[in-house]
Design a protein around this ligand. Structure first.
Ligand SMILES: N[C@@H](CCC(=O)N[C@@H](CS)C(=O)NCC(=O)O)C(=O)O
Length: 285
């Protein structure tokens, strides 16, 4: 091979290569240590981190609270994935896939653990009867775009973001491949938003809440610092929508929860009441 790498007959786990993430990745699943999850006073217990996948859930919870739904009160605990906290026995019990976000809903007779961000969005939307049309084409459109987000964002995050922003060495082949796919996805979304106010139609829904943390943050310059590289300003309809969503108070509140990076006024590592967010947002210059 021209770059000097020929895959061996059998793949072996190289524990000393790669960047900070390589050291916590393993080719097997399951817990690495015994540690129970903390539990707060509310019925909804969230274990997460303020990455785009985490923001989806905290934005929805803040939107529900903004509607006056008190049962949506939640305790949000930080899971530091850089330190391997997703591999504690408690977290694996909530999500055998060891990825944030994970929700434990203790409101019913039987406690239920919910994992995969889209499953959490559907669980909460159905539980409270909000942000997911109850029937017909509007419901199907919402699911179309929700599943689109779940299928597409890994190419933006795990593909483009990984090789463009996180990988220690920059390689042309994967960056080209995933920049092409990222731009194709942006074009799909831009054409949809040229026709509709919100992603799934004329109503704000969990499709917007799933897509904004990835594609909205990207075009607004809050993800990967890739705006110029991907020429994000050319997607004028995404820009309109991303700006409109970012102006929602619940979005501004939800995006800072379980965040332990960025500006001081953006960091609410743990949330147990509205006051935790208020105290931090008031530091915004
Ligand atoms: N499909 C999952 C993806 C979740 C995911 O990739 N979470 C990342 C952070 S954004 C994570 O926990 N990574 C830790 C790891 O891979 O060990 C979802 O939508 O919930």
């Amino acid at each position: 091979m021209e770059n000097g790498y020929t895959p061996p007959k059998v793949w072996v786990h190289n524990t000393d290569g790669g960047n900070q993430w390589a050291s916590i990745n393993r080719p097997v699943s399951g817990a690495t240590h015994e540690q129970a999850l903390p539990v707060g006073e509310h019925a909804l217990q969230l274990y997460s981190l303020g990455t785009p996948n985490g923001q989806k859930v905290t934005i929805l919870l803040e939107e529900l609270l903004a509607l006056g739904i008190k049962e949506a009160e939640y305790d949000a605990y930080l899971i530091n994935i850089g330190e391997g906290e997703q591999f504690s026995s408690g977290f694996v019990g909530a999500n055998p896939n060891s990825k944030i976000p994970a929700l434990v809903d203790k409101s019913g007779d039987d406690e239920v653990n919910v994992f995969e961000s889209a499953s959490i969005l559907v669980h909460l939307a159905e539980k409270f009867g909000q942000f997911l049309p109850k029937e017909g084409a509007a419901r199907t459109q919402t699911f179309n775009w929700l599943f689109w987000a779940q299928g597409s964002a890994p190419f933006l995050g795990g593909g483009f973001g990984h090789f463009y922003a996180y990988a220690d060495e920059k390689f042309e082949y994967p960056i080209n491949r995933f920049a092409m796919e990222a731009k194709r996805q942006l074009d799909v979304l831009d054409k949809q938003l040229a026709q509709h106010t919100y992603v799934a139609g004329e109503e704000y829904s969990i499709a917007d809440i799933a897509i904004w943390p990835w594609y909205g943050n990207l075009v607004l310059g809050k993800l990967y610092d890739a705006g110029e590289f991907l020429q994000v300003e050319s997607y004028t309809h995404i820009m309109r929508w991303a700006t409109m969503i970012s102006e929602r108070e619940a979005v501004q509140r939800g995006r800072v929860v379980n965040r332990s990076f960025g500006e001081e006024w953006e960091q609410v590592p743990e949330r147990h009441s509205a006051a935790d967010i208020d105290a931090v947002l008031k530091l915004k210059p």
